[in-house]
Design a protein around this ligand. Structure first.
Ligand code: ATP
Ligand code: MG
Length: 434
């Protein structure tokens, strides 16, 4: 991509309601723009990042044997009446009427619709297990949409639903999905914890959340410093007072709060702030029973499916990467989420030698399938550098004054270090770095 032809409207202006770095930098860097409360447009750079995350999630789920589908975003209210959730979902579920006065819902989640899809189609134990997923728009009329993509009203979610002949098989799938999620968040380059979550009536290991560690996270979690243990404070503290009070504390206050108890492994426990990016849940037969969704077991006896559900906040992840990886100048993308890996910067567009080398390197890297953008704009060097830091390309190759001595510089966005490399070595050096 040539920067002169691209639509990346960066700006110095900070939206008045943007308090978090991810919200500020994603808007300022030209990734997203706000259309209304909790409603965001993805501009070209934002769309690239979103697609990268979506692809990694899809690849790992497909490897794990899940089947991708796409359900209608609008679902009939009658479906929610039958499961009983029409009464319990509250105002977060937005209802609409068509011209014939039929009532519909903008899907906040899709358990009901997915059960309807499988019901009467997977009719025998031999058709099970099944795991179906979609990466699709959700709408929740959140009371307080805020923090940009972290809490939108319209957002992109990966939601998977599995169907089983027995509880044991459902638990097997649940554990397998936990490892799949770990692979996904590791590939995204995130520092995350799997925590026990409040699973209400189900209890035990029935519900786990995946939290990206970030000081600005809305959730408070307890983690062990020597083993993998983690828990949402909702599972540890008894009363909604206690829990709200901890959630309201900032990361710094929280660090002064000591936990006397030790982890069962003997390690020290401490409070951390996290952003919930994934949630896996053992549902049992709650929905299948309510919707009369049955299969015939080995003895030919009809039985409700055992189910589990698995969510990932795809658009929330875009912001989570930045909450965890940024500095005062802007975004620092991880290698697997960066919109472009290499930014080639022509310092002075009037210098023919600079343009020539930049064009040559640009086509060579493109031919090697490197995601590369060429900053060929007629702008000042300082302005272009600030822009590159704000957007957060992992590497910028600066073709400037040093070219007279046969050198160019590589700027590493994360460390902000510049190294000089000879013109002859720049291609191989870049290939080595990425
Ligand atoms: P939260 O507690 O943050 O409101 P939730 O527990 O209601 O989330 P789930 O129903 O578990 O969310 O949905 C699965 C995933 O979808 C969540 O783990 C989260 O990553 C994402 N998600 C939920 N609500 C939003 C939202 N308003 N904006 C963006 N992503 C969201
Ligand atoms: Mg959740």
């Amino acid at each position: 991509m040539r920067r002169s032809r691209s639509f990346i409207p960066t700006t110095k202006e900070i939206p008045s309601d943007a308090t978090l770095p991810s919200h500020q930098f994603l808007v300022r860097g030209g990734f997203i723009n706000q259309q209304g409360a909790g409603l965001y447009n993805f501009m070209p750079l934002g769309k690239i990042v979103l697609e990268k995350i979506r692809r990694i999630v899809k690849e790992e789920l497909d490897k794990a044997g899940c089947n991708e589908v796409q359900l209608s975003f609008i679902t009939p209210l009658s479906l929610w009446d039958r499961s009983g959730r029409a009464d319990t979902m509250g105002k977060e579920m937005l209802r609409i009427k068509d011209r014939h006065q039929n009532e519909f819902v903008l899907s906040p989640t899709n358990e009901e619709a997915m059960v309807e899809l499988v019901k009467n189609r997977a009719t025998s134990y031999k058709d099970l297990p099944l795991n179906l997923y979609q990466i699709n728009t959700k709408f929740r009329d959140e009371a307080r949409p805020r923090y940009g993509l972290l809490r939108g009203r319209e957002f992109l979610m990966k939601d998977a639903y599995s169907f089983h002949a027995s509880k044991e098989d459902m638990v097997r799938e649940f554990d397998m999905m936990e490892s799949t999620y770990k692979k996904i968040f590791t590939r995204l380059g995130l520092d995350f914890r799997v925590v026990q979550a409040d699973s209400g009536a189900i209890g035990g290991d029935g519900s786990k959340e995946f939290h990206v560690l970030a000081d600005s996270g809305e959730d408070t979690i307890v983690v062990c410093d020597s083993c993998e243990y983690g828990a949402n404070i909702e599972t540890i503290f008894e009363t909604d007072e206690e829990i709200d009070a901890l959630n309201e504390k900032s990361y710094e206050e929280l660090q002064t709060k000591k936990i006397d108890e030790k982890c069962s492994c003997g390690g020290e426990l401490s409070f951390k702030k996290g952003i919930e990016v994934g949630h896996i849940f053992q549902l049992g037969d709650t929905y299948s029973s309510a919707l009369d969704a049955k299969f015939n077991d080995e003895n030919g006896k009809p039985k409700a499916y055992e189910m589990a559900t698995f969510g990932i906040g795809i658009s929330r992840l875009v912001a989570s990467v930045i909450e965890q990886n940024h500095d005062e100048s802007g975004c620092i993308w991880t290698k697997s989420t960066a919109p472009y890996m290499v930014n080639i910067m022509i310092s002075d567009i009037k210098k023919e030698a600079q343009v020539e080398l930049a064009e040559e390197l640009y086509s060579k890297l493109q031919d090697s399938n490197v995601e590369v953008i060429l900053d060929d704009r007629k702008e000042r060097f300082g302005f272009k550098m600030k822009d590159a830091e704000l957007i957060g390309f992992p590497y910028t190759v600066i073709i400037g004054k040093e070219l007279a001595n046969g050198n160019v510089q590589i700027f590493d966005r994360k460390t902000k270090e510049k190294i000089s490399v000879s013109v002859d070595d720049i291609y191989s050096k870049m290939m080595e770095l990425i």
